[in-house]
Design a protein. Structure first.
Length: 73
């Protein structure tokens, strides 16, 4: 899939975006954890945050796949 190297400028932008997404993912995890410890957890909000977290994870995986070369074993 990655027959060509990603140009340096694009790779730097992708790495910056990746770092932001990873931080957002961690923040969502902390929010979900905090909501779960409330006396009456808002299950709807938790479900929404989990969906958003999964969406972020998918985008993180896509960016990582563009940055890292395919390894043929």
């Amino acid at each position: 899939m990655n027959d060509e190297q990603v140009p340096d400028e694009v790779e730097l932008a992708l790495r910056a975006r990746l770092k932001i997404l990873q931080q957002e993912h961690a923040d969502l995890e902390a929010s979900i954890e905090a909501l779960g410890h409330m006396p009456i957890p808002d299950q709807l909000m938790i479900a929404r945050l989990k969906r958003k977290k999964l969406t972020l994870r998918d985008e993180i995986v896509r960016i990582e796949a563009r940055i890292l070369p395919d390894i043929i074993a």
